[in-house]
Ligand binder design. Sequence first.
Ligand SMILES: [Fe+2]
Ligand SMILES: [Fe+2]
Length: 192
Amino acid sequence: MELKLKYETPIEWAHQAVTDIDSFLQDHADAERKVANMCLSLIAKYPNRTEIIDELIQISVEELLHFKQVYELIRYRGNELNGVFQKDPYMKGIMPIIRSGSDELFMDRLIIASVAELRGSERFKLIGEVVQDPKISKFYTNLHIQELLHIDSFIKMAKCYFDHDIVDQRTEEILTKEAEVSKNLPWRSAIH
Ligand SMILES: [Fe+2]
Ligand SMILES: [Fe+2]
């Protein structure tokens, strides 16, 4: 099954986001660091899910590398990490759908990780298209492709442990919720 967002971000979103590219980069750096952390925390929480540990370590390394690259762009722009962490209304909006049973929680965490990668990838592509600075543009266009690979990785992990049809059905439900959240959030110079 190829994952497809149920709400498409309009290009105007990117035009607005790049008006304060420095805030966008700060938020993005924070997001990359958080995904790396999330992978490590999945390993800590589920040490018995041995089939996915290598993959989680690998993604964590890749996200940390993205963090490094975004940090380099922040410095290239003449700034430093500002320690300002914007709220994450996106995750907060999606969280209520998470189920509490231990298997269900595990499955939902992986699917949400995948859907969030899909949204990130969509938006990085848009930023790459509209941002003026060629160096930043090239970075986002490449990053869009790299993040696409993570979408499949998380779904595959869920399918290591759960029936494929059940994962696909749950993914549909989460995509529906994600679309509703994304559509209703006010635009900011941030990924979400
Ligand atoms: Fe990343
Ligand atoms: Fe990623």
